[in-house]
Structures are given as structure tokens and as C-alpha cells.
Design a protein around this ligand. Structure first.
Ligand code: GLU
Length: 306
């Protein structure tokens, strides 16, 4: 029998209210610091199309690193295992924008979800498409079934002006021969990629192919084969929530990808996707209320992969 998640989402929304002022909004991208932390949204998208929402589930937010998931899916779908010669599949054990590991590992990023890895993935897309950022946006529009998705040009410009660390990472990789396009082009495209805005409903729907073993649930379009979809889910579990992926697996028990805009998308394979958003972050850079909400969801529903 189909489960009605509405009352669970409503009660989670109430439960996390006290946490909202306790998170810290990301301020290293100036435009993000202007967002009120007192917001929380949650959406569940079931593979049969049922959608449940609570709170600010229809408010668009800056998806930031969550886009790394879609960029990886697009690159993986086109290039297959070739991408693994340029980026690894291990948790980094370092902050997402760290430079040190890259130096002693000869410019090969640990995984596609840290910034270095995402820059390499953007570089791979830039070799495939005339404009990688536009190709990714169109891919995400198709996955979300929402042609209105767009870049936030103010956020992109704001990040570009302060992207010193990402420039440093890109230059280091260029020196090691692991960035094929000009640094400037990749940073510009990557900042545009990170600026794409979505709401929880759109985000949950866009990731639903990953809980449907690689194909879009409403029309069957195959994005990834079964095995590649499994592998991408595994990467989300081990590397998707910054340097707290172990703790996230312990508390929530679902593959997920987070971003510094406060969004997290997680999935229950074969059943549903769930997106949460709350801009206040914890010390690891994950949404404070978002992680708690997901923990409550898997506890209350007993829906975790473990
Ligand atoms: N655009 C952000 C950066 O590169 C993304 C960070 C994130 O969400 O993890 O710093």
C-alpha cells in the first residue's frame, strides 16, 4: 500500500524549527550571506509520481555543490569509465576546497564531489559540449521537468569575484596536466553551474532517475545503465556530504549530495527521492536542519538503505 508521507513531513517541519537560527549561512560567497536562515523546505518525490511537501518547499535556492551530482551524471553518461583516469572515487578526508592533497596526489582529485573533482568534471563536459554550463542547465531542466530552471547571474558573479581558491585549485591541476581547457573558462562555467537555482520539489524530481536505477520514472528515458546508477549512488553515500559523509551515513543512512546553499538531495533506491533545504549550515558545511530532518525521516519511516 502506498505510504502517505504528508503527516511525517509536517511533523519534521515543526521539529526542526528550533534549529533554524542555530545554523550559519555560508558567507564566503557574498551573495549567499544575504539569505535568511529561518527557512526550511522539504519535498518527497515517489517513483509513482506522488509528491509530498512541507515548509518552503517551493522556494528556489542556490543549489551550489548539489549540481556536482548532475554534472557527474552527465559526464558519466557520455564518457563512462574514462572519467576515472582523471578523478578518484575515495572520500577525501579534507575540506571540499582543500589544495594540499591535490599537490601530493599529482593533480588527481580524490572524488568528483570536492571542488577539484567538480572542476575536472566541468572540464570533461567542456570538451564534449560547446558550452558546458548550458548543456548542464538543459540536462537539469529535462530531469526536473522544469524548463524554467536558470542560472542566478548575481550569485555566479559574486562567486566568480571571490573564487581565488578555486582558481588556485584549477591552476594546480592545469600544471599537472589534468585540466585541458583554459582555467578562466572552467572557473567561469563552474561558477555558473553552482548558481543554478531550484526548489525542493524540482530537486527531488530531478534526482529521481537515480532512485529508479538510472531511468526517468515518468517516461523511462535511460540516463545511466543500472550499474552506473548503482556506482553513482555509492559515491553519494561515501563522498556526497563533505567531510561528514561517515557521520551522515551513520545518522541518515541514505546516499545524498549537499551544497553550501543549504540544499541536500537524498534517495531511497527503488522508492523515492527527498530534497531538503535550510540555509543555516553545520560545521561540516551541511544544512543543520536539513541533516536532522533527513535523520528524522529515515527514523520515522524506517526507510534507509541499512
Ligand atoms: N560554488 C561553491 C564553491 O565552489 C560550491 C561549494 C559547495 O556547495 O560545496 O566553493
Amino acid at each position: 500500500m502506498a505510504i502517505n508521507y504528508q503527516h511525517i513531513l509536517d511533523s519534521i517541519c515543526e521539529e526542526v524549527k528550533d534549529l533554524l537560527p542555530k545554523g550559519k549561512v555560508a558567507d564566503y560567497i557574498p551573495q549567499l550571506s544575504a539569505v535568511s536562515p529561518l527557512q526550511f523546505g522539504i519535498a518527497v518525490y515517489c517513483l509513482d509520481g506522488r509528491t509530498y511537501t512541507a515548509g518552503n518547499a517551493h522556494t528556489r535556492f542556490s543549489t551550489q555543490s548539489v549540481t556536482k551530482l548532475f554534472a557527474l551524471a552527465l559526464a558519466f553518461s557520455r564518457e563512462g569509465d574514462k572519467i576515472w583516469s582523471r578523478v578518484g572515487r575515495e572520500p577525501s578526508g579534507n575540506p571540499f576546497n582543500s589544495l594540499s592533497q591535490l599537490e601530493y596526489e599529482q593533480g588527481i582529485p580524490r572524488n568528483p564531489f570536492i571542488n577539484a573533482g567538480a572542476l575536472v568534471i566541468h572540464d570533461i563536459l567542456a570538451a564534449r559540449f560547446v558550452q558546458a554550463d548550458i548543456a548542464l542547465l538543459q540536462f537539469m531542466r529535462m530531469l526536473a521537468r522544469e524548463p524554467g530552471l536558470d542560472f542566478d547571474r548575481t550569485v555566479a558573479a559574486s562567486e566568480h569575484q571571490t573564487a581565488h581558491r578555486n582558481y588556485a585549485i584549477a591552476h594546480l591541476m592545469k600544471d599537472f596536466g589534468n585540466l585541458h581547457n583554459p582555467v578562466e573558462d572552467i572557473i567561469y562555467g563552474y561558477c555558473r553551474q553552482c548558481s543554478i537555482t531550484m526548489n525542493c520539489v524540482e530537486l527531488a524530481r530531478a534526482a529521481s532517475f537515480l532512485s529508479n536505477h538510472g531511468s526517468i520514472p515518468w517516461d523511462g528515458t535511460r540516463i545511466l545503465d543500472y550499474s552506473s546508477s548503482k556506482r553513482l549512488n555509492a559515491l553519494m553515500l561515501t563522498c556526497g556530504t563533505y567531510d561528514a559523509a561517515g557521520d551522515f551515513a551513520y545518522r541518515v543512512g541514505l546516499p545524498a549530495k549537499s551544497g553550501v546553499g543549504g540544499g541536500i538531495v537524498a534517495l531511497v533506491p527503488g522508492e523515492l527521492t527527498i530534497a531538503v533545504w535550510s540555509p543555516g549550515l553545520d560545521a561540516a558545511g551541511n544544512s543543520l536542519a536539513g541533516v536532522t530532518a533527513l535523520e528524522r525521516f529515515t527514523t520515522l519511516t524506517t526507510r534507509s538503505i541499512f
